[in-house]
Design a protein around this ligand. Structure first.
Ligand code: NAD
Length: 257
């Protein structure tokens, strides 16, 4: 019950990793605000999870919507102790010279600006309320360990999240607030391939797991467990860190693949 009496905000909370984290925080005693672009899905999940959860609709790329959402969470629960800043998209896969400008702007708007807007509004709220809170930003193994041809928007924004995390950790330390980033490898969610045929998806998962040293694909619950640790007092001396959760995926090289 590491989060007893704590208020946790999870963005992208209706998605695979976000909902696993919401369940984990609830299981450890928190009250959880589930914020997502899909407000109906967030509300349905909150209803399923019970009275300690509430759903909020927000587009994190819109600063005014983010301010309103953070205000609504504080109105509902009183304050925010923990932020899991998780909402994100995979974006278009295309070589840099062919990447449409609007696709670049969209991924930067959500994966970087969105993380910044939620971080900024929540930190302001924690500092104003003298809350010695914790933030976990969603990075990726693409933030400096893995590379994927055609994944410029995703890699650039996730690198930026790690950089933003380090500076935010420094800026927030005087207030007793910790800011870390989590960097998962391949996790079994349908991010980027929502409508792929199930057989093809499972074949892809098997191919990936054969290349991962621990011989399994990461699950949303694996990420949720690490997020809960970083957000808890067990990690009270951890700030500005970027944590790989990848089963050793990024230790592989062509030499022993
Ligand atoms: P997901 O698609 O299941 O969840 C993403 C959630 O974010 C969805 O519920 C979606 O509605 C929400 N969202 C998208 N745009 C939004 C916006 N503008 N405003 C608010 N909410 C928005 O995918 P997931 O795999 O759970 O991804 C969650 C995070 O984990 C993402 O940031 C992703 O980059 C990161 N990540 C995923 C993997 C992986 O392999 N699945 C690996 C590393 C990092």
């Amino acid at each position: 019950m590491r989060f007893k009496d704590k208020i946790v905000l999870v963005t992208g909370g209706a998605g695979a990793i976000g909902s696993a984290a919401a369940r984990r925080f609830l299981a450890e005693g928190a009250q959880v605000a589930i914020a997502d672009l899909d407000g109906d899905k967030a509300a349905m999940l909150a209803k399923e999870l019970g009275a300690e959860a509430a759903g909020f609709a927000v587009d994190v790329s819109e600063p005014a919507e983010v301010e309103a959402m953070v205000g609504a969470v504080v109105d509902r629960f009183g304050r925010i102790d923990v932020l899991f800043n998780n909402a994100g998209i995979s974006g278009t896969v295309a070589p840099v010279h062919m990447l449409p400008l609007e696709d670049w702007n969209r991924i930067v708007g959500i994966n970087l600006n969105g993380i910044f807007h939620v971080l900024r509004a929540t930190l302001a709220c924690m500092i104003a309320g003298k809350v010695q809170g914790a933030v976990v930003n969603m990075g990726s193994s693409m933030a400096g360990w893995d590379v994927l041809a055609g994944g410029a928007g995703y890699a650039a924004t996730k690198h930026a999240v790690v950089g933003l995390t380090r500076i935010a950790a420094l800026d927030s330390a005087p207030y007793g607030i910790r800011v870390n980033a989590i960097c998962p490898g391949v996790i079994e969610t349908r991010l980027g391939v929502p409508s792929m045929d199930e057989d093809a998806y499972q074949a892809g998962i098997r191919r990936f797991s054969d290349r991962i040293p621990l011989r399994r694909i990461g699950q949303p619950e694996d990420v949720a467990a690490a997020v809960a640790f970083l957000a808890s007092d067990d990690a009270r001396h951890v700030t500005g860190a970027d944590w790989l959760i990848d089963g050793g995926q990024t230790l592989q090289s062509w030499a022993n693949a």
